[in-house]
Design a protein around this ligand. Sequence first.
Ligand SMILES: [Zn+2]
Length: 137
Amino acid sequence: MTLDHVTTGQAPPPPRPSLHQVENQAHWPWLPKDGVGVLAPHPYCRDCGLVKFVGAARALDGGGLSNLLAKLSRRLHDVGIRTTEAQRRLIMLRLLDRQADDAFGMSRAAQDRILAEIVGKHLAVPPDVVRSYLHSC
Ligand SMILES: [Zn+2]
């Protein structure tokens, strides 16, 4: 995805198709959930072989990331760090550019790291500060 439609004022491009082909559930490997103890079937992509995180480590989808960004913006607003709609849209586009909504290639922790980095860059706030507010969302 490019940012061309932002500067030209055109409608954003349609959502991109799913990057991965989920293998039939009968073939899902049983792996430790969240990396510890309890085993659970994990979906994986038949094309690239990436295994999806399940449980608490599961990544948010695009809508979930958007909701998290909105919550983070409200939390930052409470402490005097204001965000505009344009900044939130650009942050969301940067997240999608980095494929942060890819549930197969991302864990929730990786999403939080990328979100803190991008929000920090756009709002000129250290990513560590953003992460501390992110944990309270
Ligand atoms: Zn794949």
